[in-house]
Structure formats: structure tokens, C-alpha cells
Design a protein around this ligand. Structure first.
Ligand SMILES: [Zn+2]
Length: 104
């Protein structure tokens, strides 16, 4: 499997040109997902900031996880963890508020 450095599409390498954009494939052709990710400036790592963001806004964490879990497994694991913690915190706060309203 080769990845075109011009358009980023994956294909089985047969000729010397990309079948999608017809760019000439030279020695700079990247051949692995990791290389392609670094080529496109993608970076996958655990993120504390994203975890905190997902805690504040769990919906964002869940959406980020389901949309990007295949492409960014580490980053989205932070999102889903933060989303779960955030959901539990919100449920606790709502429970306390309901309790205070009902039993004041
Ligand atoms: Zn191409």
C-alpha cells in the first residue's frame, strides 16, 4: 500500500503515478499511515486539555470519539474519558439540585 504525497489517498502501488491525481511518485512517496499522518501534520497523543474540555462539554467528547476513534485512537481515548467523567459530574450536580429543591 502506498500513499500519495500530493493528494493523500491510499492505493496499491502499480505504476509510477498516483491513480487519483496523477502526481508522479518519486522517492518521497510515503508508504505508511504514520508517515502520512506526520506529512499531513496529524498528531495523535493523549491530551489533558481535551479531557478537561470533554468534562466541561461531554457531548463534544462523545462526538469527537465516535467521529475520530479510528484515526486518532489516543486522542479520542482522552475525549471519551473526559466525557464520562463530565457526565457523572453533571448527573451528581443535577441530583444535588433536585435534592435541594425537593427537600428544602
Ligand atoms: Zn495523488
Amino acid at each position: 500500500m502506498a500513499v500519495c504525497t500530493n493528494c493523500g489517498k491510499e492505493f496499491d502501488r502499480i505504476g509510477t503515478n498516483c491513480p487519483f491525481c496523477h502526481a508522479k511518485l518519486g522517492v518521497s512517496s510515503v508508504t505508511s499511515k504514520e508517515q502520512r499522518d506526520s506529512f499531513h501534520g496529524r498528531y495523535d497523543d493523549k491530551s489533558k486539555g481535551l479531557m478537561i474540555l470533554s468534562m466541561i462539554c461531554p457531548i463534544y467528547g462523545f462526538i469527537d470519539y465516535y467521529k475520530n476513534k479510528d484515526e486518532y485512537p489516543l486522542r479520542t481515548s482522552s475525549s471519551i474519558t473526559g466525557a464520562f467523567i463530565g457526565t457523572i459530574i453533571y448527573l451528581l450536580i443535577i441530583t444535588i439540585i433536585i435534592y435541594l429543591i425537593l427537600f428544602k
